[in-house]
Ligand binder design. Structure first.
Ligand code: MN
Length: 205
């Protein structure tokens, strides 16, 4: 049985960029919902192992064929939300430094270019899904969109920053103004945490 990660801040910590009620419902109902579904599915298939969430993704072919899609959808839902919450902070306008800054400058020329490219791609996503900053197999940064709850780990990519673009992430405050939500996300991105995740990702290889 897996547990829900603790939210790293109060429900109102992301105001005014993301309102308190949205964070509460998103964490307590949506995120918890994926976790509960995952635990129920694993119980249904008699799973007794102790894989990490990532190992569940990597070993999904050990599970019955007719349950794999459901398990992967819900484990993706848990992992993606874990990273989404960690990608933000109550501290405003943190900018990248250290190795992450170097990597961003190498890949995109400047932080401003990186930010514009992330926002451009996020605006291109159709339907429900995420925009991720990932570290690829060559240790390079890439920005990708994935549909629904697909995790970049299924492609061997290590996600280090996530933007949830499902309507439940923004609709109470922003309604149809998704691009405002995307822009405002950058006011609260936790580049300290993302810098740590970046360094872990390149050390693992
Ligand atoms: Mn969500």
């Amino acid at each position: 049985m897996y547990d829900l990660i603790k939210l790293p801040y109060q429900y109102n910590a992301l105001e005014p960029n993301i309102d308190e009620k949205t964070v509460l419902i998103h964490y307590e109902r949506h995120h918890r919902g994926y976790l509960n579904n995952l635990n129920r599915l694993l119980e249904e298939v008699g799973y007794k192992g102790n894989y990490t969430l990532l190992e569940l993704v990597q070993n999904i072919d050990e599970f019955p064929m007719n349950k794999r899609d459901d398990i992967l959808f819900n484990v993706g839902g848990v992992l993606n939300h874990n990273l989404y919450w960690l990608s933000m902070s109550s501290e405003k306008n943190i900018i990248p430094n250290g190795k992450l800054k170097e990597a961003i400058d190498n890949e995109y020329g400047s932080f401003e270019n990186f930010k514009n490219e992330f926002i451009r791609l996020a605006n291109l996503l159709k339907g429900s899904g995420y925009t991720f900053l990932v570290v690829n197999r060559e240790d390079k940064l890439e920005i990708i969109n994935t549909p629904n709850q697909e995790t970049p780990y299924v492609y061997g990519l290590t996600p280090i920053m996530a933007l949830d673009l499902w309507e439940h992430a923004y609709y109470l405050s922003y309604q149809n103004r998704r691009s405002d939500y995307i822009n405002n996300f950058f006011n609260i991105v936790n580049f300290k945490e993302i810098g740590k995740l970046y360094e872990e990702a390149i050390q693992k290889k």
